[in-house]
Design a protein around this ligand. Structure first.
Ligand code: NAD
Length: 277
């Protein structure tokens, strides 16, 4: 029986590439993104269906990951649609570019609510659903005490190389990704007794609309021409090319599959050789 996965922020960029890769690996998929991304998400659904015409049709679920109820609702809807729930990919995130001395409370609030809140709520909703469907129980302290280490499901969070070493002019974004790493570690420890693994992927310089935005803002801050900040970042990559969303997707499909069953609490870099742990 095909496993099911819900991926947030999957209408474009890294989330879309993850969805298509996981479709090729046989997963049944729910694509969650902001309501205004509906048209793009429907194109992704068509591509998934072309890859897996015999699977139950994929669905688009509008969500705002910074809203806890919205995230719980889409997890319920995905489980109801497929009659199962196995993997949650908390991929949605935003970038914010500003120098430490100029960062505003509004920027802080927004990036933390989306990048950290989205991962927290996705973890909470997925853990409850995995226990309810795959362990036949409510999510209560006694479930945690009595559960055996049989695998229940997987939660996969989007971190970043900036979650290991912060970038100048990305202090809030980097802080949000440090928080994702912390949440991943704490969740892995708390949820292991329930048979849930929790890991994160840390992409490098991925050529998606997010980096278009970062490069534009960095040009304003550094005074360098458009594209130059991105070029300098790419010059620092050992493999000497910008990362594609597809480069990220293989790692996430691996973390979602059976071959990673004994990995938990890790933040794994996929960056072409920028950071070395
Ligand atoms: P992107 O901007 O192309 O895509 C992000 C997606 O998330 C969009 O579809 C957007 O609509 C969705 N999204 C944003 N806010 C949302 C919200 N509140 N609720 C639901 N969906 C929301 O960016 P991307 O490069 O594909 O980034 C995806 C993830 O990868 C992010 O978490 C990002 O921080 C991370 N990341 C990106 C890079 C990079 O270089 N692009 C590097 C490291 C990590």
């Amino acid at each position: 029986m095909s496993k099911t996965a819900l991926i947030t922020g999957a209408a474009q960029g890294i989330g879309k590439a993850i969805a298509l890769n996981m479709a090729r690996k046989g997963f049944q998929l729910a694509i969650a993104d902001l309501p205004q991304q509906k048209d793009k998400a429907e194109e992704v659904l068509k591509e998934i269906q072309a890859i897996r015409p015999n699977n139950k049709p994929p669905i688009f679920l509008p969500v705002d990951v910074s809203n806890q109820k919205s995230v719980f609702d889409v997890v319920d809807e995905s489980a109801a649609h497929f009659g199962a729930f196995d993997v949650m990919v908390n991929n949605a995130g935003i970038a914010t570019v500003s120098k430490v001395l100029e960062a505003t409370p509004e920027e802080l609030e927004r990036v933390m609510r989306i990048n950290v809140g989205g991962v927290l709520y996705g973890t909470q909703a997925a853990a409850r659903k995995l226990v309810e469907l795959n362990r036949g129980g409510d999510f209560t302290p006694s479930t945690v005490k009595t559960a055996k280490h049989k695998l229940t499901g997987k939660i996969i969070n989007c971190c970043s190389i900036t979650g290991n070493e912060a970038f100048a002019s990305l202090p809030l974004y980097s802080s949000s990704k440090f928080a994702v790493k912390g949440l991943t570690q704490a969740s892995a420890k708390e949820l292991a007794p329930l048979g849930i693994t929790v890991n994160a992927y840390a992409p490098g310089i991925v050529l998606t609309p997010m980096w278009d935005l970062i490069d534009t803002k960095l040009a304003e801050i550094t005074g360098l021409p458009l594209g130059e900040n991105l070029k300098r970042q790419i010059d620092g990559i050992a493999l000497k090319r910008g990362e594609t969303a597809e480069d990220v997707s293989g790692l996430v499909a691996f973390l979602a599959g059976e071959e990673s069953n004994y990995i938990t609490g890790q933040n794994i870099s996929v960056d072409g050789g920028i950071s070395y742990n």
